[in-house]
Design a protein around this ligand. Structure first.
Ligand code: NAD
Length: 504
C-alpha cells in the first residue's frame, strides 16, 4: 500500500494493523540472508513505551554471534557477489530496495511506532519517505563514483581508484530507528561494502525487516546483516572486532568517545561519529516574520518529543523582542503538541522512548527549577500509562545552567535572553557541541556574519530543520567527526588506491 493511501488510515485501521503486526514480530538476528537465533540463547526485552508492555523478547548477540555475523559479512565481501559486480547491477538492486521499503511502509512505520513511541503520522510524513529518499539518492551515485588519472611524465601512468572498505559495522540509535540506520547502510552498501548493523536495543524491530527487504530486492545473502543486542555487550564486541574495517556510529557523545577507544584498542578501524547536540536558534530583533520564527522555535524542540540530535534546545532571543516572543510561544506552542496514543493519526506527541528516559528528563526539569529558571508551562506528565512528558518551557535561563549545557533529549525548551550580536555569538558557541544552529534576521550582513561565526556543521537561516539529501549533516566539536547524507558520506565508505605504472 502506498504512503499516501496509508495517510487515509483511521485510528481503528492502525490498531487492527498493529494486532496483525504483533502476531508476526521477528525477533532473531538476520545473518547470511536468513533469520537465526543466537548461538548462546541470550535474550532481552523491547518494550512499547506507550503502554509499558513488553513487545517482544529479542535474541541477544553474544561476542560469538558477533564473530559469526562479521565472518559472514567478510566472506560475502571477498566473494565479490556485491563488491565486484557492475555498478549498474548494484544500482538496480538498491532501486528495488527503495521501492520495497515504500511498498512495506505499513509494516515498517508500525514497528518503529510500537517500539519507540513515535506518532504514526510522523512515520508517514518524515521517516519512511526519508528512508526511501536516502536509499535512492545513494543508489543514483553508484556509477558516478570516479577515480582520477594524474599528470605524470611521458613513461608513467598514474591513476587513483576508489574501492569499498570491506566490512562496515553500523551502530545506530533509537530516535529515528530506520532513518538513522538508512543514513549508514545506504551509502555503505552503495559503495560496495558489506554491513553488520546493530540497532539500538530500545527499538530493534524495524531494521530486521529492512535487511529482509534488501535480500528480497536481490541483494546477495550475507551482504546486509543485522544483530540485536545491548550496547555494552554486542555493540562493544562489534566495535572492537579485528575484522571490521569501519565503524559508523550515531548516538551519544559519551558512547562516541568509546568508539574511538575501541578502534585504538583493536585494529585502528576507521570511525565515523554522529553524536549529540545542544543547538542554538538565534532570534535577532529584526527577524522577518515572528509567527514563522516562533513556530520554528516550538516545532524545533517539541517535534519527535524533543528526541532529535539537532533539536533547537537553546532559544537565544534578543532582549527587545523577548516579551512578545515568549507571549506568542506560550499562546501557540503550549497546545501545539498534545499527548496521545502514537497509533492515532491525530497524535502529535508520543511517549519518550523508555520510563528511564522519562525519569532522566524529569530530573533535568527539577534541575532547571532548582537553578532558578522560570517554568512557564509543562514540566509534568499527562495522566497516561506511557512514559509521556508534557511540552515544557523555561524562561530566564542562563547558559551556565545544566538545562542549557546538557543534552536533555526531551520536549524541554529553554529561552535565553541576549543583547546584541556579540553576546549571541558568545552564548551560542559556549557549548561542547556543534551540530546545528538557526539564525533569524532580515539583515543579510548579520546573517552572513553569524553563518561564519557560529560553530556548527549545519546552519539554517530564517528556517529550521529543512534540507534534502544533498545537504551534508554532521557536527563540529563534540557533535561528531563525519557527515551523513550527501555525496561526501558515500565517499567516506570508499578508500583510494593509487597505481603508478612505468611503461616503455
Ligand atoms: P547511545 O549512545 O546510548 O546508543 C547508540 C548506540 O550505541 C546504540 O545502538 C547502543 O546500543 C550502542 N551502545 C551503547 N553503549 C555502547 C558501548 N559501550 N559500546 C558499543 N555500543 C554501545 O545513544 P541513544 O540513546 O541510542 O541515542 C540518542 C543519542 O544519539 C543522542 O545523544 C543524540 O543526539 C544522538 N543522535 C545523533 C545524531 C546525529 O546525526 N548527530 C542523530 C540521532 C541521534
Amino acid at each position: 500500500m502506498s504512503i499516501e493511501a496509508l495517510k487515509q488510515y483511521s485510528y481503528t485501521d492502525w490498531k487492527k494493523a498493529a494486532q496483525r503486526e504483533l502476531a508476526a514480530l521477528e525477533t532473531r538476528h538476520f545473518i547470511g540472508g536468513e533469520f537465526v537465533d543466537s548461538l548462546g540463547g541470550g535474550r532481552f526485552d523491547t518494550v512499547n513505551p506507550a503502554n509499558q508492555t513488553v513487545l517482544a523478547s529479542m535474541a541477544a548477540a553474544a561476542p560469538k554471534d558477533v564473530d559469526r555475523a562479521v565472518a559472514v559479512a567478510r566472506k560475502a565481501f571477498r566473494s565479490g557477489s556485491w563488491s565486484r559486480i557492475a555498478p549498474r547491477e548494484r544500482m538496480a538492486v538498491m532501486y528495488r530496495f527503495a521501492r520495497l521499503i515504500e511498498e512495506h511502509a505499513e509494516r515498517l512505520a508500525l514497528l518503529d511506532t510500537l517500539d519507540m513511541g513515535k506518532p504514526i503520522a510522523d512515520m508517514l510524513e518524515v521517516d519512511i519517505p526519508s528512508v526511501v529518499d536516502t536509499v535512492q539518492f545513494m543508489a543514483e551515485y553508484i556509477d558516478k563514483i570516479e577515480g582520477s588519472v594524474t599528470s605524470t611524465e611521458h613513461d608513467v601512468t598514474h591513476f587513483v581508484l576508489r574501492e569499498p572498505l570491506g566490512v562496515v559495522a553500523a551502530i545506530s540509535p533509537w530516535n529515528y530507528p530506520l532513518l538513522m540506520a538508512a543514513w549508514k547502510i545506504a551509502p555503505a552498501l552503495s559503495a560496495g561494502n558489506t554491513v553488520v548493523l546493530k540497532p539500538a536495543e530500545q527499538a530493534p524491530l524495524s531494521c530486521l525487516r529492512l535487511a529482509e527487504l534488501f535480500v528480497e530486492a536481490g541483494g546477495p545473502p550475507g551482504v546486509f546483516n543485522v544483530i540485536n543486542g545491548i550496547g555494552e555487550v554486542t555493540g562493544k564486541a562489534l566495535a572492537l572486532h579485528n575484522d571490521v574495517d569501519k565503524v559508523t556510529f550515531t548516538g551519544s557523545t559519551e558512547v562516541g568517545k568509546l568508539m574511538l577507544q575501541y578502534a585504538g584498542q583493536s585494529n585502528m578501524k576507521k570511525v565515523s561519529l554522529e553524536c549529540g547536540g545542544k543547538s542554538p536558534q538565534v532570534f535577532m530583533a529584526d527577524l522577518p516574520d515572528l509567527d514563522a520564527a516562533v513556530a520554528a522555535a516550538y516545532n524545533g524542540i517539541f517535534a519527535n518529543m524533543g528526541e532529535v540530535c539537532n533539536a533547537g534546545s537553546r532559544l537565544l532571543v534578543e532582549q527587545s523582542i523577548h516579551e512578545e516572543f515568549v507571549e506568542r510561544f506560550v499562546a501557540e506552542g503550549k497546545s501545539a503538541y498534545i499527548a496521545g496514543d502514537p497509533l492515532d493519526p491525530e497524535t502529535s506527541l508520543g511517549p519518550l522512548v523508555t520510563a528511564e528516559a522519562q525519569q532522566r528528563v524529569l530530573a533535568m526539569i527539577r534541575a532547571g527549577k532548582k537553578e532558578g529558571a522560570q517554568l512557564v508551562f509543562g514540566g509534568d506528565v499527562p495522566e497516561m500509562n506511557g512514559s509521556y512528558i508534557n511540552p515544557t518551557l523555561f524562561t530566564g535561563v542562563s547558559n551556565t545552567m545544566r538545562i542549557a549545557r546538557e543534552e536533555i533529549f526531551g520536549p524541554v525548551a529553554a529561552i535565553i535572553p541576549f543583547t546584541g550580536i556579540d553576546e549571541a555569538v558568545h552564548i551560542a558557541n559556549d557549548t561542547m557541541y556543534g551540530l546545528a544552529a538557526g539564525i533569524w534576521t532580515r539583515d543579510i550582513n548579520r546573517a552572513h556574519r553569524l553563518i561564519r561565526e557560529l560553530e556548527a556543521g549545519v546552519i539554517w537561516v530564517n528556517c529550521f530543520d529543512e534540507g534534502d539529501m544533498t545537504q551534508p549533516f554532521g557536527g563540529y566539536n563534540q557533535s561528531g567527526n563525519a557527515r551523513d547524507k550527501c555525496v561526501e558520506s558515500l565517499l567516506s565508505y570508499t578508500q583510494t588506491k593509487s597505481a603508478w605504472i612505468r611503461h616503455g
